[in-house]
Design a protein around this ligand. Structure first.
Ligand SMILES: Nc1ncnc2c1ncn2[C@@H]1O[C@H](COP(=O)(O)OP(=O)(O)O)[C@@H](O)[C@H]1O
Ligand SMILES: [Mg+2]
Length: 236
């Protein structure tokens, strides 16, 4: 699979939020999209997953997505963990995982996948019968990730996993993404404001500012680039 954005523009009414954004995510990559508050990160993910109309082109494995509705994009393998996680607080952990598999008709696949992800997230197994609303922030983020994995995505997109989490918990979540990437071959597009921590785990990153892609590079290059960090990412 590849995700290719070419000259992606998104408007809210007459207000333009994204301006000709172009970039690609290749099979097996862990890519970060970095930018400060209001830069357009959430807008970009929502355009990819089918929640906002766009101009320009978004292709998934060469297939143009403009006429494909959100539910169909999920079936094609695009999973989107929204900002704020989007887990169902009135449902148990296990029920949330089931809800992540609504597009899967094979019941034994659902059982298999739950077992696999409970293996990866032992704390979710321990809390499988608890209401999601009673989990800690970090556990809720893990649940959001595991729930998204239940649809067997080819591309997992996550919007600001660090939101509301202590730095050590953010590290733990990013380490989980790295494991998913390295051990399970998952392709990742992770949106973050938390630049330094994210660049420790991602392979490559794009920087978005005021709706435009303003920089890109290998994480190892960007981590050393004080100019970019100062100019666009609010890092002192
Ligand atoms: N529903 C909306 N209606 C109008 N403008 C919006 C809406 N959502 C976001 N915006 C604007 O679009 C820009 C990008 O927002 P967003 O994608 O949420 O940024 P980020 O996720 O990087 O913080 C901001 O200027 C924001 O005010
Ligand atoms: Mg956002």
């Amino acid at each position: 699979m590849t995700l290719d954005l070419k000259n992606l523009s998104v408007f809210y009414g007459k207000t333009q939020a994204l301006f000709d954004c172009s970039f690609s995510v290749g099979e097996g990559e862990f890519v970060a999209l970095l930018g400060s508050n209001g830069a357009g990160k959430t807008t970009l993910l929502r355009a990819v997953s089918g929640l906002l109309p766009f101009k320009g082109s978004i292709a998934f494995s060469g297939m143009a997505l403009d006429k494909i509705v959100a539910q169909k994009r999920l079936a094609l393998g695009i999973a989107h963990i929204p900002q704020g996680r989007g887990t169902f607080s009135e449902f148990t952990v296990d029920e949330n995982l089931s809800l992540g598999a609504t597009i899967v008709s094979n019941r034994s696949q659902v059982r298999e996948d739950k077992d696999r992800w409970y293996e990866t997230f032992p704390r979710l197994r321990e809390r499988r019968d608890q209401l999601a609303g009673n989990l800690s922030g970090g556990e809720q983020q893990m649940l959001a990730v595991a729930r998204a994995l239940m649809s067997r995505p080819k591309l997992l997109m996550c919007d600001e996993p660090s939101l509301g989490l202590a730095p050590s918990i953010t590290q733990e979540i990013l380490a989980i993404f790295k494991t998913l990437n390295k051990d399970h071959g998952m392709t990742l597009l992770v949106v973050e404001q938390n630049v330094d921590i994210t660049l420790q785990y991602a392979d490559r990153a794009f920087v978005i500012e005021a709706g435009q892609i303003v920089a890109s590079g290998a994480a190892t290059e960007l981590i050393a680039n004080e100019d970019i960090k100062k100019s666009y990412l609010g890092v002192a």
